[in-house]
Ligand binder design. Sequence first.
Ligand SMILES: C=C(O[C@@H]1C=C(C(=O)O)C=C[C@H]1O)C(=O)O
Length: 382
Amino acid sequence: MNLEELRTEIDAIDDTLVNAFAQRMDVVARVSQAKKEQGLPTLDPARERAKLADIASKLPPELAQYGYALWSMLFEISRGYQNAMNPQPSALRKEIEGAMASTPNLFPPSATVACQGVEGAYSQLACEKLFKHPQVMYFGSFESVFSAIENGFCDYGVLPLENSTAGSVKQIYDLMLRHSSFKIVRSTRLKIDHNLVAKKGTKLEDIKEIFSHPQAISQCSAYLEKLGKDVKITPCENTAAAAEAVAQSDRKDVAAIASHSCVALYGLERLAADIQDRSNNYTRFICISKKLEIYPGADKTSLMVVLPHRPGSLYQILARFYALGLNLIKLESRPLPDREFEFMFYFDLETSVYSDEFIRMVDDLSAVCEEFQYLGSYSEVI
Ligand SMILES: C=C(O[C@@H]1C=C(C(=O)O)C=C[C@H]1O)C(=O)O
């Protein structure tokens, strides 16, 4: 049989499938109505499991897995159709609508803002981009930034989330998992130009040890490699703290990788500028608050979902986003420390909070995921 004939055969089968699909969706619509009358939720995991087992038993063994994937997708589509026909405003939707109504139109120009590090930290520069007049308070660790928000000590907190050269700041993702009472209300992108700074009079060839934050060290790896093996690289809590330590040290053979603002701040000298591997080196910072605030124009949404470690669990969520036409701009996974074989997935989605897809996603999520956390909807200051 030639290709042409085989395709004619496929077309005939697809015609049957198209009709069967339309018929199935028609019944699904009636199922939805019946559920509405009986006050039942859209998702029925036991029914889906039973159906998958039945389908697998009816297919030749070599097709069972493909059948599993196809019917999982059909269930997704069927639930999406039911939710669209019979919208069940979720508790989360009500919370979001409440926050949209009560959040002021303008982002506050001034507020007390918690940052990790000391003066001159890149987080401080991010704060100045996010707020016109921030009253910055510095904390020793990222964890204390979360605590400062949660206990009401500061209005907002600013944290680095990812860098275009070195990737995600994994510590922040792990902390987001441990802290549940915070929301993301804004984000910003900061161009990061690293400098090698030292006490006045220090010569580059005398440097024996360089201090900085591991992210900055990683972003300048090519430069540091060129300096040779004799230069010791010592990671520390923060780039500005490294600059401060160098300024306070009696040694004349130490330097720090830090922002340019640290030069004047700590009376240092710049030995080298723009030492990062890539000139387009950006870090994304998030601004967190204790309560949900959704400012006008919010077009990014962040979520954290806990998924069982079994085939298809991530796929089901992604299929949902795909079915709603949502653009996924970030996906990060972290193992759950106290729950073996389970993972946390962090998603950033691009969609306006005023769009229908957004509302549908919010209503659908509770139906699709066993456990998820809505982290907020916000816009990014460029
Ligand atoms: C159609 C139903 O709703 C959902 C979709 C299913 C399907 O498409 O077969 C099965 C179970 C439910 O999660 C139903 O409950 O039967």
